[in-house]
Design a binder for this molecule. Sequence first.
Ligand code: SAM
Length: 421
Amino acid sequence: MIWQAWQAQPAGTHLDRWLSANLAKLVPAPGAHAALVTRLQKAVAYQQLICALAHQFEAGHANIDWLAWDAKWTPEQVTRLSASQIEQWLDLRLNPEPAQAAPELAKKIQLAQSFRAGTESNPSLFALWHGLRPGWMAAISKRAELSGWSKAQLNAFAAAQALPPPLWLRLQSDMTPEQAKTSLEQDGVLVELSEQGLCAHGGKSIKLSQLHKAGALEVQDLASQCLSGRVEVRPGQKAWDVCAGAGGKTLAIGAGMHNKGMLLATDIHERKLQELKRRAKRAGLYNIRSFVWSADAPLALPKEVAQQQGFDWVLVDAPCSASGTWRRNPEARWRYTTADTEELVQLQRKIVSNALPAVRPGGSFVYATCSWDERENEQQVAWLLTQYPDFSLVSQSLLGCPDMDSDTMFVAVFRKMPTAS
Ligand SMILES: C[S@@+](CC[C@H](N)C(=O)[O-])C[C@H]1O[C@@H](n2cnc3c(N)ncnc32)[C@H](O)[C@@H]1O
């Protein structure tokens, strides 16, 4: 029932938002929610694989050109299968070697097992088995090459694509993680503290905890926390978060400024900035200024920034394919097209071109995306270095999955040449 209700949604609906709004209405017993959410997320992540298994079963042979099949496949095709077929194929994906199964399932079990065995030698089967499209394997292989992934890392990256990462938490205040853990547990939130940090894994909603209400703690993915750490703004400096959205990174940068200096947050959407202002107030950050800026022309620098010839730090956390967040939003992968990437690459260049003049001589520029695609990352870095020879590259790296149980992000740090004295 829940699968059918989800399938009836218009394309573009966000699974997590839809679940928050509708799950309690569809399934009144709250005890069943966690298991249902996990199963629905997996069914969505493996949507194409389910169609592929059903297609091969119907064809009666394994001699299929999966790249050609993928080129014609649309996410709606899953609606041609019955709910019980979807259930069966999903069960076989999750456990291709069931201890007990009805005799009529024998052929399907055999097919699932040979499909899985084929993933070792056939990149298309590898992609499909992990909830990725065969057509993306060229870009994924390029990523593996650029980041120097071992086979184990590539396997870990692929296997993670149908597993949502934990809900990572970041302390906005000076309290220790141990103190935060105790306080959250008193409020009924189940938390885990590891060397990497603090994450919530069930129990009461984090939003109901005293710490969250008091602005002492924020939900922020681990890769995003690492990325924010690359924007090393010191108290008293001036920084600009160009695509600030609802302020995930603004708040993390602001925490290190201790209300000294100036942090400008802009975005094309006013409603996101309203949320940012609410969160900043809750966190006790008073040095943040925000307004709408849509990257159509260079920014008119605020007076105190103009006096020092620009910002010390400028961050462009660019709009992107968000391929690095597909673990968290499994349905988003089925909305992605190469044409979108082409458009995004041009938008990213426009935003960068209009943000760069705001960096002071000797200042730093950070370019980031939540994408693993080279075209939005390393290729953009190469373009910037060619177009703007007064900037040099300090570092570029991929952050997060497969090395962390998190989203995957990319960050590049540049330095602007100081003026000759
Ligand atoms: C990756 S998101 C930023 C996430 C945010 N930095 C955070 O940490 O929560 C990219 C942002 O770019 C904004 N954006 C898209 N087009 C833009 C434009 N032309 N000018 C400025 N911002 C834009 C989007 O509204 C979105 O909030």
